[in-house]
Design a binder for this molecule. Structure first.
Ligand SMILES: NC(=O)c1ccc[n+]([C@@H]2O[C@H](COP(=O)([O-])OP(=O)(O)OC[C@H]3O[C@@H](n4cnc5c(N)ncnc54)[C@H](O)[C@@H]3O)[C@@H](O)[C@H]2O)c1
Length: 370
């Protein structure tokens, strides 16, 4: 899997930048982190919903910065061996407030990264559960963060906008009337966090992410095609896309996404003019992605069969304006469509397809020697 490269990338990036002559935001973040490490213990961080697309990689990045034991990964799913061996992992149901209190107390948690959610397409299939997990869950973690004075990060999404929002570009503050339960719950989370910030001084932080692309399986969102196509195309040379070829959506490679999260969490509170920021890296359509991927898979054959996700995509931003994040805390993306495709092809080929072939070969050899 993609695995170790995200953590290594962020580590190297910060180390490289720290070694360059001109001070940059990352360098000053690095210096602040080193300085604060020398003076006090690193933050103890709890990640909820940690076994999804973002959580495991996020734990790696944070552990590379603060140490393995400083990051407690949690979810309601039984973890694999790799997860258990990489650092603390516990069961945490975000609907169980008392259970969460116990975790925060027992582990002396300082930061809470709240990833638990039902994503857009899955949420539409089970609205009552999406309401519970995405809305009741947010009530629990925000109240918890207030009680225990935690810095809390809750991701939002391009799905927090709707058909009435300007779509190209979509500014940081504009009309938000989403038509999915996922979007409604994310607007709710943004407003709850801002309310707790103004009313109680809660250190609430929220980034609206676009579709996040990594080689790990995504969790049932509308932008998932941009991950699935790599796996299918490299295996079979074919892919059936559930969106129209001209559906433009904002996207971001996972390294950029997690670096944004880390840099944002480390930014001193007084530099933040807002508690909720748009961040993005690029926007592309399925046909633009196919064109680029065809340089690796020359006979790639893609058919288009739009389903219910097309309606969702048609109500979302096409181009995301993240100029406020760039201005206030120095956000800069690294990956565009070209280097995204280069990295994804290499990653999926080496960490999935080649490994599967090696496993099959080993199984066949074992069977033939019996
Ligand atoms: N992946 C993206 O493209 C993307 C884009 C924008 C925002 N986000 C946000 O980032 C966060 C993480 O996204 P992801 O892609 O990793 O999601 P995912 O669907 O892959 O993972 C979500 C996790 O939440 C867990 N969960 C469900 N119910 C729970 C409960 N009751 N208690 C505890 N955990 C529970 C699930 O087991 C799952 O592992 C979500 O809040 C999502 O809205 C993701």
């Amino acid at each position: 899997m993609f695995r170790k490269c995200v953590a290594t990338f962020v580590q190297n990036k910060i180390a490289n930048i720290a070694g360059s002559s001109r001070p940059t935001l990352c360098q000053s973040l690095y210096e602040r982190a080193t300085h604060s490490k020398a003076n006090s213990r690193p933050p103890k961080i709890l990640i909820t919903g940690g076994l999804g697309q973002l959580g495991i990689e996020c734990a790696k990045v944070l552990r590379s910065q603060y140490g393995d034991d400083s990051v407690v990964l949690s979810d309601i799913i039984k973890p694999g061996r790799e997860v258990i061996e990489s650092g603390p992992y516990i069961f945490a149901d975000i609907l169980d407030f008392k259970g969460l209190q116990k975790i925060v107390v027992d582990h002396r948690i300082d930061w809470l990264i709240h990833f638990s959610a039902l994503l857009s397409a899955i949420g539409e299939q089970n609205v009552p559960l999406a309401v519970r997990v995405n809305i009741e869950g947010v009530h629990n973690v925000i109240e918890l963060a207030k009680q225990y004075n935690l810095r809390i990060f809750v991701p939002s999404t391009i799905g927090a906008f709707g058909p009435d929002s300007p779509r190209n570009p979509t500014p940081n503050v504009t009309i938000q009337r989403p038509r999915t339960m996922y979007g409604v719950s994310k607007v709710h989370a943004e407003l709850m966090g801002e309310y707790y910030f103004h009313k109680f001084g809660l250190d609430f932080r929220c980034l609206r992410f676009p579709g996040v692309i990594s080689s790990d399986p995504p969790g049932g969102g509308t932008t998932d095609y941009a991950v699935a196509i790599f796996h299918e195309a490299l295996r079979t040379g074919k892919y059936t896309c559930y969106l129209r070829p001209d559906t433009r959506l904002p996207m971001m490679y996972i390294e950029d996404c997690l670096r944004a999260l880390l840099e944002f969490m480390r930014t001193p509170s007084d530099r933040l003019k807002r508690r909720v920021y748009n961040v993005t890296a690029m926007s592309f359509t399925p046909e633009e992605l196919v064109e680029k991927l065809s340089t690796y898979v020359p006979n790639l054959h893609v058919t288009y069969r739009p389903d219910g996700r097309q309606d969702i995509a048609d109500s979302w931003p096409q181009v995301f304006d993240d100029s406020e994040a760039r201005r206030d805390w120095g956000w800069q993306h690294k990956y565009d469509l070209n280097n995204l495709v280069d990295f994804m092809v290499k990653d999926v080929q080496e960490n999935y397809i080649d490994k599967e072939k090696a496993n099959m070969y080993a199984a066949t050899s074992r069977a033939s020697t019996r």
